[in-house]
Write a protein that binds this ligand. Structure first.
Ligand code: ATP
Length: 804
């Protein structure tokens, strides 16, 4: 680039930085005093306010003044927040004020405007001239979407046409321009090369400076209820999702707060991996959770559920155990739309017959039996929906319990309990009695007397009939202690025997067909029934049963909803079943959904295809309310790694590597386990010497991870971390990790611990191997001491190197 252009840009940078500096020094003293001021205002507010309640007019007057003052206070606090935000923004801008510039001449105007783009806007002292435009402003979209030439952008008040005369990218660090490129295309490759060539981090980075056109379309789409993104491994799905959150928070800043957006991530470690992106962009983090967390929250505490990781561990390690085939078939069926349909029909059947209740008992005695409930339930108007009848029954039970509670006070067991009451309980009752008579102070004296004279209570406490009243109170209290939890459990629907209701679906084919309006069953149905029942008998649920179980629960008890949430993001969306999507839709009735995933990495049993005719996701909100995007360019890995991995996937031809060069994947075959481990350690040492800091040894299962960890550690590697499903923080370094936990994250180098046909031989293991290999950014090594996996054997030999 010409010298004088550099110079001009440097001068401009200097100018903007000076202005930023001035703004910081103006804001600093104000911000420093803000906290104290806010407390002070609040304090003074209450000191200054006097409530005159003399007459109605006085009262009204005071009330009016308070209202007015509190509005002033709120406004001042908002002002403070704005100042604070401004201060944070300018501080964030100072080291690197902007990353892009476009010169745009609007049609009909005789001059072009220089638009500098950064992570937030910065306006000059005059309050009008934008020295920096926020990357989320409408005009900034030109930077991502358009090439120099005729261009237009959309604003809330219409489309603006014009000509883009220049598009320039900057790399500015600590106030110095390190690099500058003029781009012809959309965001040019030079800058991307630079960004992608650097090392992996323990935290994901924001990509605002280099967002690609196709990613920008996802980030800014705000029209449809459902947005589906199918994208190859490393194509920037998670990145796009996070920048999209930042965009939505900016666009709807008057109406939506960060806690009204929730992101479902694949595991807790992933949450820590992405947690810094939004703060880096000056936004608060959205809520983050895992689907498992939700399931655990809604499931009855009496039931223990298998989690998704134990499920996959079972699938991958228990091939030769009895019942395996049936379990797999069960997983497939229980996550299918056909089962969902069957359950909907089951709900209708329950409206006619078959509801199961749990009787309410006290002192080993039936208070209200299950039969009574059933009779009452089916006595209600049959045209009423199931949920309404359950609500009626609940109301009836609560009323019944109140009358039974009154009657129960006379029961003989209450008398017995009365005899065993301790001093404190008497004192309490006595205290209450005196409250009734407005004599509080004697309660203590009475306690002292009671303590001295515990065994012989006198029945003559004066003119008030203490003994009788006291006994009444105590009886009330005793009975209440028993009834309170009963009422609470009725409020929690525990009179519905959900376990039995779910269980009666699994008693045999004939019954199942009757109850589900003839739903077809898989071939191993009787075995599936036996396995499911066996779990229920132990108060357990297979993972594949949890969502259907909750679904049935909601058919009966009504849907619990969270209408605060306005946007739901599901990352690794291929790993959710139709059931789970139905569930999410119901749970968040006011939310728009963004689902991002890659069917090439669908490694869990419940996986769903995101796009295509078979996608239940499209049906969720209907085609007209659904937008679909496809990301085919893969940014994470070098060209060599992408060429290698995409050849493993049927249909992988369409994946396009970003042109970043690196060594070809290296295949190392050894003659024994020990030699393999020794070689891995030697390779790790060499990789570290080359400066690669984040290195993962990826295994298929957790069991294999543990084994690898112990073997490698015993050979002298102390810095090794073992990642398990319990790991919460993702830390850069050397680690052993099962592939299903490595989803969504990336490493400088990946070493596939054992890529043999034994480990990755079956068709359902192909995607596991693909997922493992696609975690690598710069280097990929694969090892075996047996035969290579067929998925590797099938690859063209020019895609890899063989270690000699
Ligand atoms: N436009 C971009 N500019 C710079 N880096 C990018 C861009 N898009 C993606 N990347 C980088 O590519 C890598 C992969 O991105 P990301 O994790 O978002 O992809 P993904 O599609 O979610 O991957 P996977 O499905 O394999 O987990 C990250 O390092 C990310 O920073």
């Amino acid at each position: 680039m010409e010298m004088n252009i550099w110079q001009q840009e440097e001068e401009r940078l200097e100018l903007v930085r000076n202005k930023l500096q001035v703004r910081i020094s103006e804001l600093e003293p104000e911000v420093a005093g803000l906290h104290d001021q806010a407390t002070d205002i609040r304090k003074r507010f209450w000191e200054e306010v006097t409530m005159n309640t003399g007459s109605n007019e006085d009262f009204e007057e005071s009330f009016y003044t308070i209202n007015q003052q509190s509005a002033v206070l709120a406004e001042r606090e908002r002002g403070h927040q704005r100042l604070m935000q401004q201060w944070k923004n300018v501080k964030r801008l100072l080291p690197s004020p902007y990353f892009g510039r476009i010169d745009f001449q609007e049609k009909g105007l005789s001059f072009s405007e220089k638009i500098y783009i950064g992570v937030s806007s910065f306006v000059d002292q005059d309050g009008l001239s934008f020295l920096i435009y926020d990357w989320r402003t409408p005009i900034a979209s030109l930077y991502y979407d358009a090439s120099p030439g005729v261009a237009s952008y959309v604003t809330p008040s219409g489309t603006i046409d014009g000509t883009m005369e220049l598009k320039r990218q900057f790399q500015i660090q600590n106030g110095t321009i390190n690099n500058m490129f003029d781009a012809n295309e959309t965001i040019g490759d030079d800058l991307l090369q630079h960004v992608l060539g650097s090392g992996a981090d323990s935290q994901m980075k924001s990509i605002v400076a280099t967002i690609q056109k196709e990613q920008n379309a996802i980030i800014r789409n705000d029209t449809s209820r459902m947005l589906i993104v199918q994208g190859a491994a490393g194509s920037g799905k998670t990145s796009a999702a996070l920048q999209r959150v930042a965009y939505l928070l900016y666009k709807h800043r008057q109406t939506i707060k960060a806690d009204q957006i929730v992101l479902f991530s694949p595991n807790p470690m992933f949450a820590s991996y992405i947690s810094t992106v939004l703060p880096e962009l000056g936004e608060e983090n959205m809520q983050q959770t895992t689907f498992q967390e939700y399931l655990d929250y809604w499931l009855d505490s009496t039931l223990q559920s298998e989690d998704v990781f134990d499920q996959i561990e079972y699938v991958l390690t228990k091939h030769n155990t009895p019942g395996y085939e049936a379990r797999l078939q069960g997983m497939e069926y229980k996550t299918s739309e056909s089962f969902l349909q069957a359950l909907q029909n089951y709900g209708l059947w329950l409206g006619r017959e078959g509801m199961q209740f749990s009787g309410i008992r006290i002192q080993k005695r039936d208070l209200i039996t299950a039969e009574q409930m059933k009779e009452r339930f089916y006595g209600y108007d049959h045209t009423l929906p199931l949920i309404n009848r359950v609500a009626l029954l609940q109301e009836w039970l609560l009323n019944e319990l109140s009358s039974l509670e009154r009657a129960e006070r006379e029961a003989s067991w209450v008398q017995e309990e009365l005899n065993y009451l301790d001093t404190e309980q008497y004192v309490e009752a006595f205290g209450m009695l005196h409250k009734e008579k407005e004599i509080f102070d004697v309660a203590e004296r009475y306690a002292a007397i009671l303590r001295d004279n515990k065994s012989k209570r006198r029945g003559d406490e004066g003119d008030f009939d203490f003994t009788q009243r006291e006994e009444e109170l105590l009886r009330q209290k005793i009975v209440k202690a028993y009834f309170k939890p009963l009422k609470k459990s009725v409020k929690n629907f525990s009179f519905v025997n959900l376990q039995a209701i779910y269980g009666q679906l699994f008693v045999g084919e004939a019954a199942y067909k009757v109850r589900t309006n003839g739903a077809p069953v898989p071939t191993l149905w009787s075995e599936i029934c036996r396995e499911t029942q066996e779990m229920l008998d132990q108060n357990k649920l297979f993972h594949e049963d949890v969502t259907p179980y909750l679904y049935v629960k909601e058919l009966i008890e009504g849907v619990r909803t969270n209408s605060e949430i306005r946007y739901v993001f599901v990352d690794e969306g291929q790993d959710y079943s139709s059931f789970q999507y139905e569930y999410l839709k119901k749970l968040f009735p006011r939310a728009r959904m963004t689902v991002l995933g890659d069917f090439g990495q669908a490694i869990f049993m419940q996986s769903t295809s995101l796009v295509g005719d078979h996608s239940p996701l499209v049906r969720l909100f209907g085609e007209t309310d659904t937008s679909m995007f496809c990301l085919l360019r893969s940014y994470r890995s070098t060209r060599e790694i992408v060429e290698f991995t995409k050849a493993m996937l049927p249909g992988g031809e369409e994946i396009m590597p970003f042109d970043r060069k690196g060594p070809k994947p290296l295949l190392t075959k050894l003659d024994s386990r020990d030699n393999r481990d020794a070689q891995i350690l030697a390779d790790i040492a060499a990789l570290r010497d080359k400066g690669l800091e984040s290195i993962a040894i990826i295994t298929k299962t957790a069991a294999e991870s543990r084994e690898a960890y112990h073997l490698l550690q015993s050979q002298g590697n102390e810095t090794l971390q073992l990642i398990t499903k319990e790991t919460i923080h993702f830390e850069k370094g050397l680690m052993v990790i099962p592939v299903y936990l490595a989803k969504g994250v990336e490493f400088d180098a990946v070493l596939v611990y054992e890529a043999s046909s034994q480990i990755y031989g079956k068709e359902n293991e192909r995607k596991l191997l693909y997922t493992a290999c696609t975690r690598a950014m710069h280097e990929l090594y694969l090892y075996t001491f047996e035969d290579w996996s067929p998925f590797i054997q099938a690859l063209p030999a020019d895609l890899y190197e063989i270690s000699s």
